[in-house]
Design a protein around this ligand. Sequence first.
Ligand code: FE2
Length: 187
Amino acid sequence: MNREQAHEILMKYMEGENYITHSYAVEAIMRGLAKRLAPDDVEYWGIVGLLHDLDEEQCDWQHDMSVHGPTSAEILRKEGIEDKVLFDAICAHNPKSGVKAKTTLQYAILAADPMSGFVKAVAQIYPDKKIASVKHKSVMKRFNELRFAKGANRDYMEAIEFTGLSLDDLIDVALEEMGFIADKLGL
Ligand SMILES: [Fe+2]
């Protein structure tokens, strides 16, 4: 599956504007992480980011978090995709699916997902709400304020360390890569 096919599948199953921009943001961060960790797999890592929440509007995760991830794999299978690495990575972004992160790719998606929302939340406290206004230092400061964007799981973001990168690296990648597509993200 290439990026174009992945995007087509996403558009078929996802309608919410916020979900779609979130998918783009996580794709961007995953591509940035791949540039450092798996330079031959930048597109593939991007696809993992793009599709990680594919089932967001297709399953009742509000009542049972364990279905978030496995349902995306089911949808992809229905679309003719058979890719265990992709399915396991998608499931690993939600440990409640029963798949715990073990590989570099899985830790990357676990950390990239909450970081995308976190950086967005930091941008939104600026008067212009622009990611261009956000400094690395402010992200770190807010990271340590546990009441700020408390839905963004700090442990998952810190799990980036299992890839060999640091939390500082992850913040740099998120600011840079989300910054490149700021218009698309409305930031
Ligand atoms: Fe997500």
